[in-house]
Design a protein around this ligand. Sequence first.
Ligand code: ADP
Ligand code: MG
Length: 351
Amino acid sequence: MTTAPVVPAPAGEPRADTSPVLELTTLTRHFAASKGTVRAVDGVTLTVGRGEVVGLVGESGSGKSTVGRCAVRLDEPTSGTVRINGTDITHLSRRALRPLRKDFHLVFQDPSSSLDPRMTVGQIIAEPLRLHGIARGRAARERVAALLRQVGLRPEYIDRNPHELSGGQRQRVSLARALSVDPDLLIADEPTSALDVSVQASVLNLLADLQRDRGFGCLFITHDLAAVEFLADRIAVMYLGQIVEVAPTAELFAAPKHPYTQALLSAAPVPDPVEQRSRRRIVLSGELPSPLAPPPGCRFHTRCPVAVDRCRTEVPGLRALPATAKARQVSCHLVTADGAAPNAAAPNAAA
Ligand code: ADP
Ligand code: MG
């Protein structure tokens, strides 16, 4: 094993502790494909405050992972800016980015592919400590032991290899590694969806406990609405590369404004069987359109039960609804400034 010299922690720029941990501004990521341009992410503006958990939801292919990857510079945005702790990292060189990397961390969906199979659990968790010159040798081992405890793994796991662990245990190791350097921001991309259903809840509970104890900001990417309701303070809903609605979690579930959000929530099972029976499931017609050729006007209009002519031609920007009790944002022509929204479950009653 090579030992990196212990470098002192960089002094860093002075920063106002009030700046959001993550600020994405009109983030765009287009991919060149043989058939044209894949508009995977198209103008996403979103912030995660200090200690805040923001859920990013939307169906598969809506661009969630690409947002997460761009936010940590695992992918290069086509345009727009990414700020972490107030620092614009969009165009920083790898070298300039390196010392800042301890402030943010991405946890992947599939822990088996993200953990180096040749390393022991102890080495995996200690690596960020070593790379950032935070601890090595005995001090590192002590921190690793404490981290193992915090993620609910017995001390003897320190010398095991990832392949000796279950999926849930591997994801616990990923979390321990991510949190070893005490990041201000954790981006978790579907952290439980590759796991057995039986262990998903325990990993989710662990993430919630760790977040509460350590107070890091979190962008929690998922298509699991129950998980996001449990974990998130605020939720952003994505459709075809764009955010269509942002609201505090309770408000979003109580009164979704965007017809797409209404449809998405109507498909989620609710624990109460009486409520479940009375629930009107909104079945959207058609498939998610291709990001190679997003529909003009409102991107959702081809599947929207309440779309009108204007929706087919005019792009609805994401706008704040200042009259709503808690600041909410929505991109729908049919939602009024005071927050009155169409009802996608009863299209004939709309307007
Ligand atoms: P989600 O995480 O919401 O399922 P993704 O961000 O993975 O969505 O993908 C959004 C869209 O971008 C999809 O249509 C996907 O096929 C496309 N995409 C993602 N990565 C690439 C890539 N490297 N090259 C081309 N298209 C991509
Ligand atoms: Mg994804």
